[in-house]
Ligand binder design. Structure first.
Ligand SMILES: C[S@@+](CC[C@H](N)C(=O)[O-])C[C@H]1O[C@@H](n2cnc3c(N)ncnc32)[C@H](O)[C@@H]1O
Length: 226
């Protein structure tokens, strides 16, 4: 299944399915990212693979609308579904339909580049990282929230069993299991925390660090442009 078809198929029920599949935990994981970002007033962020814009909305809530967020995603259905639910800080949001590998933004534009549950869908992760660095201002920050590898083997086995249920849940809620099988497959293929941290360093970011949440079910990576 093509990435575009996957997100076209799930766009209508994307937010609901996120809650069901993660048992609501995605809300906590995203708040952990925003905590670590430590948003400052007047910050200008780009939310790449932003989909319905959950990260941008959480960021704007933290700064009480005293900032700007650009939601960038190549899937117009995902963007549209996000804009239908008008946010209180809608005036601080702009949307751009584009791929992470070719961002339609000028060099040195953003204070922070955030990608949440999106980077494993990029056709070319290295190109995406190089674009992240290009559009960030000097001293700007790259942050990524993504499914990752569990540290504990017993938990990893349990998680593997749970993952096998995800396509079935997708079938029940959205009527199609293929997009959710895609989700499980891309999680499996995504590099480990250490390997991904190395890729971020190779893209030229400094002070690269990561934090595991729930034993590594997800990890948040952070790096800085010099
Ligand atoms: C799982 S959703 C994540 C949405 C949101 N960031 C969140 O955390 O809920 C993944 C998004 O990645 C987008 N995507 C897929 N390929 C992409 C690419 N090459 N560049 C940017 N975004 C991409 C999809 O259209 C989809 O909206």
């Amino acid at each position: 299944m093509e990435t575009k078809q996957v997100f076209d198929a799930v766009a209508n029920k994307y937010d609901l399915m996120n809650d069901i599949m993660s048992l609501g935990s995605h809300r906590y994981w995203k708040e952990c990212l925003i905590d670590w970002l430590a948003p400052q007033p007047n910050m200008n962020i780009v939310d790449v693979a932003g989909g319905t814009g959950d990260i941008s909305k959480r960021f704007l809530k933290r700064v009480n609308g005293n900032g700007m967020a650009t939601i960038c995603d190549p899937n117009a259905n995902m963007l549209d579904n996000g804009s239908k639910k008008r946010d209180v800080f809608e005036d601080c949001i702009s949307r751009s339909c584009a791929f992470a590998e070719e961002l339609p933004f000028k060099d040195n534009t953003y204070d922070a580049y955030i990608v949440s549950f999106g980077i494993r869908n990029f056709a070319d992760i290295r190109k995406g990282l190089s674009e992240a660095k290009r559009v960030l201002k000097p001293k700007g920050r790259f942050m990524c929230l993504e499914f990752s590898k569990l540290e504990n083997n017993h938990l990893a086995k349990l998680y593997e069993k749970y993952s096998m249920l995800i396509p079935k849940i997708g079938k029940l809620v959205v009527g199609d299991e293929a997009p959710y099988q895609y989700l499980v497959d891309t999680i499996e293929k995504f590099p480990s925390q250490e390997k991904f941290a190395t890729m971020i360093k190779e893209a030229g970011f400094k002070n690269v660090e990561y934090r595991n949440i729930f034993n590594g079910v997800v990890a948040i990576h952070s790096g800085w442009k010099e």
